[in-house]
Design a protein around this ligand. Structure first.
Ligand code: MBD
Ligand code: FE
Length: 311
């Protein structure tokens, strides 16, 4: 039988010491979490007989994931960002807080303080006019009774036709494909943009290296991220995932959910195109309404305090 020692008093005392329990400095909350992390990591090593080589390979991988700022990609890939949504959904269900547009993960590619406009905005800088399909997005933000909410802020961000996001892709102009739009008196928002491509992890990066080692791809379907906020309502973090994408239900980050699929319908009427201010070429239309829950507290109106770019 294999030797097991992590449960012994001696080793448990060691882990408590390492987690800071023998001092009166620092954060008790962090000590509690750290003790659990150390103890559980030790159990993984012990129970699965992780070798010394495996241990140091994992350390090296984590160093490289951090060096390439890919933890925000790898953790959703390992389903943990979606798990946080599942946990919140379960808490909400238990508290009777149901209804409205489902939440889904933010992902790591948001940039705060995108240009803000009232009612409508053009999101793309025109740099892909020759390759992109123009996309007109519109919808209404509603309260639980279905009444429109005026003055809500719809904060949208998405990738370009190459599947890359401005700021993180320094070749794009500042805030390309990122806009905040305040709903009009009818609760309506409108955006002119382009149909995004799906996102793929850097095939040469450490996050993909890790997923490949467990037989996984790193692709997301084409999608549009959104934050919706309005005074008195619960902040919503969600996404519109585009119907027809091969990865719609095979998302490496598990973000697609029923209720969060939108259809970008192609309109090839030259007349309609010219009426939209285009030169007669086909475009797409996407209608997507949001429904918010009522905030139970001031904190409910806020998004998570995750550190973000641009703020
Ligand atoms: C993305 O664009 C994204 O939305 C998520 C969740 C993870 C990686 C890239
Ligand atoms: Fe994304």
């Amino acid at each position: 039988m294999t030797v097991k020692i992590s449960h012994t008093l001696e080793v448990q005392a060691l882990f408590k010491e390492a987690a800071g329990f023998n001092n009166d400095q620092g954060s008790p909350r962090l000590k509690q979490i750290m003790l659990r992390l150390i103890t559980d990591a030790a159990k993984v090593i012990e129970d699965l007989e992780v070798t010394e080589d495996e241990f140091w390979i994992a350390v090296d991988l984590m160093n490289r994931v951090g060096k390439h700022t890919e933890f925000g990609l790898l953790l959703p890939g390992l389903s943990l960002e979606h798990f946080i949504d599942l946990l919140q959904d379960a808490k909400d269900a238990q508290a009777g807080l149901t209804g409205g547009t489902p939440r889904t993960i933010e992902g790591p590619l948001y940039v705060a303080n995108a240009p803000l406009s009232k009612g409508e905005a053009r999101m793309d800088d025109g740099s892909e006019d020759d390759v992109a399909t123009p996309l007109f997005i519109e919808g209404v933000v509603r309260d639980p009774a279905g009444r429109p909410i005026a003055g809500a802020v719809v904060d949208l961000w998405h990738a370009n036709t190459k599947g890359t996001y401005s700021f993180f892709d320094q070749s794009q102009s500042a805030f390309n494909l990122r806009r905040r739009i305040e709903t009009d008196t009818e609760g309506r928002y409108r955006a002119r943009s382009i149909i995004p491509s799906g996102y793929g992890l850097d095939p040469d990066g450490p996050a993909q290296e890790c997923l490949s080692a467990i037989g996984r791809h790193g692709q997301r379907p084409a999608h549009i991220h959104v934050f919706v906020c309005a005074s008195g309502y619960r902040h919503l973090t969600s996404q519109i995932n585009l119907a027809g994408d091969a990865y719609l239900w095979d998302d490496f980050a598990y973000a697609t959910r029923p209720g969060l699929v939108g259809e970008a319908l192609i309109n090839d009427s030259g007349e309609a195109s010219r009426a939209r201010g285009l030169d007669g070429r086909p475009f797409a239309e996407l209608t997507f309404d949001f429904q918010l829950q009522v905030a139970q507290s001031a904190e409910d109106e806020q998004r998570s305090h995750r550190p973000r770019m641009g703020q």
